[in-house]
Design a protein around this ligand. Structure first.
Ligand code: TRP
Length: 466
């Protein structure tokens, strides 16, 4: 299922294209589906009170995420080059306006920052493969499961070991040319297997007796629980979970053959990604309620709930091991797509070869990751920007997450929307998207007006609102 090299004229000639729409969807979901869906979505939903937050998140996916994904893929396919060169080619200038150069810069900076903490969480997932396989979870109480997790967090050396291992895995694949999510493209069974295992846990969760309460929590909006910052988190997460705002989908789009529908493929990616997140929520919250756990427990939520389910269900050690293995794969393919923009940038700027660029990029992410590890133990009370109201009590790890997902990615997405809506020629876009008239108009109005206004408004409210 590797992208096959097709001799076509123009800029795509040497790049090789995806062999089919299916291959593109596999690669794009390989990037999109990751820790964001299974680790982050449930815990931020718990922290932000459930239903109303989920509704805003779904709205952000449909009304902002999907149109921006289409814009990224469109720019990539139209330009047929690396993201920044595509923007240059489309804008028709050799020296790109600084505003558009920022799209590339956001990609590189966000890549460094996100991968640094992403790898630490990926390390947690790796460590739980062993925990589940060794049968330690079987029959344990919620307290014992909680203790396994807090012991892991309290130990910087162990965390560093797993973080190092995860980063090494990412670099191993990132070092190969044209890696763009190849792993998932070559192993098309990974995603369906993860889906099936999630369904298994949902099936188990239904037997806990609290399934109804979880469904109410997730899908019955209570707007009194939604805060201004909750809206920002929902918006930011829509970008994070769909891998938007970093020009990653733009890079993927440059390999998409002409004639394949950008709208249909983007919708498929959004639907799969959202389905995985919602399933994760349905798997986790019944366990939360059945065991009297705290929905707002924070980043450890899945590691304090899923192991309980695996400890209680028949053949739980087997299912648990498989689940964490697949979670590692999902995080791995996403991690590769986070490293890619940095590696490409280093290759272009410093004329380093691919191996060196990968080593350099990976090393910096690894080093930065140590700050996130320390935030979990030695620096857990250290809130460097705590004097800013909104950032009160946020550790280095929290800050990295907040700044990238809630600020950098929406900013990158905003730039993409403005570029597609205001810089590109309307005719070119119409041809490229090949939508019906009313659908095109809807999309165009969204990227031209709705997205910039919505993202701007959420930013302004959070800065100046209470
Ligand atoms: N979408 C991935 C997740 O949900 C994370 C990710 C991978 C990402 N590549 C990205 C986020 C690029 C933003 C941009 O886990």
């Amino acid at each position: 299922m590797r992208p096959i090299a097709e001799a076509i004229e123009g800029s795509n000639a040497k790049r090789g294209l995806w062999s089919s729409r299916f291959a593109f969807i596999l690669a794009a979901t390989g990037s999109a589906v990751g820790l964001g869906n299974i680790w982050k979505f449930p815990y931020i939903t718990g922290e932000n009170g459930g239903g109303a937050f989920v509704l805003v998140y779904l709205l952000c996916i449909a009304a902002i995420g999907l149109p921006i994904m289409m814009a990224e893929v469109l720019i990539g396919r139209r330009g047929g080059r690396s993201p920044v060169n595509s923007l240059k080619a489309i804008a028709g200038h050799d020296r790109l306006n600084p505003a558009w150069r920022m799209v590339g810069a956001v990609g590189v900076i966000a890549g460094f920052l996100i991968l640094s903490f992403y790898s630490v969480i990926g390390g947690w997932a790796v460590s739980y493969v062993g925990t589940a396989a060794s049968g330690q979870l079987t029959g344990q109480s919620a307290d014992a499961i909680g203790a396994i997790f807090s012991n892991l967090l309290a130990d910087p050396v162990t965390l560093l070991m797993w973080h190092t291992l995860f980063m090494a895995l990412v670099m191993l694949c990132g070092g190969k040319r044209g890696s763009r999510g190849d792993l998932s493209a070559r192993s098309p069974f990974l995603m369906p297997a993860l889906f099936l295992l999630l369904l298994t846990v949902v099936g188990y969760a239904m037997t806990t007796g609290e399934f109804g309460r979880a469904v109410t929590f997730l899908f019955q909006p209570d707007f009194t629980k939604l805060t201004t910052s909750g809206v920002l988190v929902a918006l930011g997460h829509a970008f994070f979970t769909l891998s938007l705002g970093m020009a990653v989908m733009m890079a993927y789009g440059s390999y998409l053959p002409k004639g394949i529908s950008i709208a249909k493929t983007s919708i498929a990616v959004c639907v799969i990604d959202t389905a995985v997140a919602l399933l994760a929520g349905l798997a986790i919250f019944p366990i939360v309620f059945a065991n009297g756990l705290e929905p707002g427990a924070g980043p450890g939520l899945i590691f304090q709930t899923l192991p309980l389910a695996f400890g209680q269900m028949p053949m739980g050690s087997l299912f648990g091991t498989l689940f964490f293995v697949l979670l590692v794969f999902a995080a791995w393919t996403s991690g590769i797509s986070l490293l890619e923009p940095i590696v490409e940038w280093l290759e272009e700027q410093k004329s380093m070869n691919r191996t060196r660029s990968t080593l350099a990029a990976g090393f910096v992410c690894w080093l930065l990751g140590i700050a996130s590890i320390l935030s979990l133990n030695l620096w857990s009370d250290f809130a460097p920007l705590g004097w800013i109201g909104m950032l009160e009590g946020k550790t280095v790890f929290d800050l990295l997450d907040f700044f990238t997902a809630n600020i950098l990615l929406p900013l990158g997405g905003l730039l993409v929307a403005v570029f597609a809506g205001w810089v590109m020629s309307r005719e070119a876009i119409e041809k490229e998207l090949a939508l019906s008239k009313p659908m095109f108009r809807l999309w165009y109005i969204t990227v031209r007006y709705i997205t910039p206004v919505a993202v701007g408004a959420v930013f302004i409210y959070n800065l100046f609102g209470s």
